[in-house]
Design a protein around this ligand. Structure first.
Ligand SMILES: [Zn+2]
Length: 482
């Protein structure tokens, strides 16, 4: 830590603390031991200012416009004497990359990549209680689109990267800072393109990215989920066809009725449970942390006689657990009708399908066809299907460092391997042999986690500070020579 601390001392001198000045004293949701003062906290305070600035730069995707945020970050790095490179991917859309070298000839297979994305999902401004791009601080929370996903992590990565530089840390591997674009839609400005065009600039053996979380329960950290794998997304169109005609004389083949029946059947369908190795380890670690009743059912999930009932109890207890145990199918968009008095010729629904890695979409489509059993309805797989990546190893040195540091920092609450139901840039990295782990290091309650992609997204500033400190410890332990 010596190097980090020295670097942070310099940070104190330079900090302009635009947000820190507004911070309320209370630390919502964070139990005692987060250090209230000191060097690490000064570093976090400076990072709060960067986070607020990044929230004020609207990067809602579409259209993204990440170039402005990329230039802001390159400017901050330039002030520190770090040459960042802006990688233009599409007009107005760029990523930014910078590197701290460990040696003249570094080994890419040892390098550590700090990844976060610049873009955010859009907002429905009318549903927010504050300006989503105002970086408003209220009751100890910083509000704004991206406060958690993913500008919080972006600012934390930046703070850790800069503190390594300021402290002139003696690195045992290259550390690469990468801010990606177009993560939220995975389109032509996304990490896929970066890998295709600029792999040599970001090639690394290890990465830390969003994807896992520090889960607070009743005000205490229950566990840290370290994402090592993720589900794979597909979209499937359900298309019902029939005869169009006058609505005054309804017919049996009305496609709206057939689509409605199909969607209802799909809504009630539950795919069979399939415990992947990571999910199995997750639940084994979780059982002793839950109350006796839930713990008992978790332990019974693969028993011969009570297994099926136990799986139902656990699936019903949490939508997250349900989705970790099986492929899921969620109808999301309905399209039908041209006028109130016309029976249309076609009605469509979109199904968002999330497969466990290892499962295949054809099996799911066949299952659904059997379930629907309606010659008027067909299923059509949509383009841009996700790619399944191999999981990151739970035996790597980096996983061990992450586990050790979070367990120490969060009062003994363990790290559990986590398979996210959502997608991240890490799948693309894993497809290129990067041991990528997902960890948004801020301790967050369900109440705050559910606001990601929703209204009034916010981050408790105390959780942000603590997360910056934890991330700094992880990176120092792994990449700084002791
Ligand atoms: Zn994200």
């Amino acid at each position: 830590m010596v190097q980090i601390l020295a670097g942070v001392a310099a940070l104190v001198m330079a900090a302009s603390l635009p947000v820190a000045a507004q911070v309320a004293p209370e630390r919502p949701g964070i139990p005692g031991n987060a250090s209230q003062t000191g060097y690490a906290s000064a570093m976090a305070k400076e990072a709060q200012g960067w986070l607020a600035d990044l929230i004020r730069i609207n990067t809602s995707n579409p259209p993204g416009n990440e170039q402005i945020a990329a230039m802001y970050i390159a400017g901050i790095l330039a002030k520190e004497g770090i040459k960042a490179e802006i990688l233009d991917l599409m007009p107005g859309r760029s990523a930014v990359v910078a590197r701290l070298r460990s040696a003249a000839m570094a080994d890419p297979s040892k390098a550590l990549l700090l990844v976060a994305h610049l873009d955010t999902v859009p907002v429905d401004k009318s549903r927010w209680s504050v300006d989503p791009f105002g970086a408003v601080v209220k009751d100890g929370y910083l509000y704004g689109r991206g406060a958690i996903d993913d500008k919080g992590m972006l600012a934390a990565n930046l703070a850790v990267f800069i503190s390594l530089k300021r402290s002139m840390a003696h690195l045992n591997r290259d550390v690469i800072f990468l801010a990606t674009a177009d993560e939220e839609t995975g389109g032509d400005a996304s990490i896929r393109m970066l890998i295709a065009k600029h792999w040599e600039k970001i090639a690394a053996g290890y990465a830390i990215n969003e994807g896992g979380n520090v889960f607070l329960k009743n005000g205490k950290v229950q566990y840290t989920g370290v994402q090592a794998s993720e589900k794979v997304a597909f979209n499937v169109a359900v298309i019902a066809r029939g005869t169009s005609g006058h609505a005054s004389q309804p017919t049996k083949d009305n496609p709206v009725v057939h689509l409605g029946a199909a969607v209802a059947k799909i809504g009630n369908y539950s795919a069979p449970v399939h415990l992947t190795a990571i999910v199995k380890r997750y639940f084994e670690g979780l059982a002793p942390l839950e109350d006796d009743e839930i713990g008992k059912w978790i332990r019974s999930m693969d028993s011969a006689d009570r297994g099926e009932h136990a799986q139902r109890v656990i699936s019903d207890a949490s939508p997250l657990w349900n989705a970790m145990l099986r492929d899921t199918i969620a109808p999301t968009v309905l399209t039908a009708g041209v006028a109130n008095n016309v029976i249309p010729a076609e009605a469509r629904a979109n199904l968002n399908v999330r497969l466990l890695p290892g499962d295949t979409i054809d099996v799911v489509l066949n299952e659904l066809k059997k379930l629907l059993n309606d010659p008027q309805v067909r299923l059509e797989l949509q383009p841009n299907a996700g790619l399944a990546a191999p999981p990151s190893s739970l035996e790597s040195d980096f996983y061990a460092v992450i586990s050790k540091v979070v367990t120490q920092e969060f009062g003994g609450a363990p790290a559990l391997p986590f398979q996210s139901t959502w997608l991240t840039d890490s799948a693309q990295l894993r497809l290129h042999n990067v041991q990528a782990y997902g960890l948004v290091p801020f301790p967050l309650a369900q109440e705050d986690l559910r606001r990601m992609h929703g209204d009034d997204e916010r981050i408790p500033l105390a959780a942000f500070d603590k997360g910056v400190e934890v991330l700094a410890k992880i990176v120092t332990e792994f990449a700084v020579a002791h």
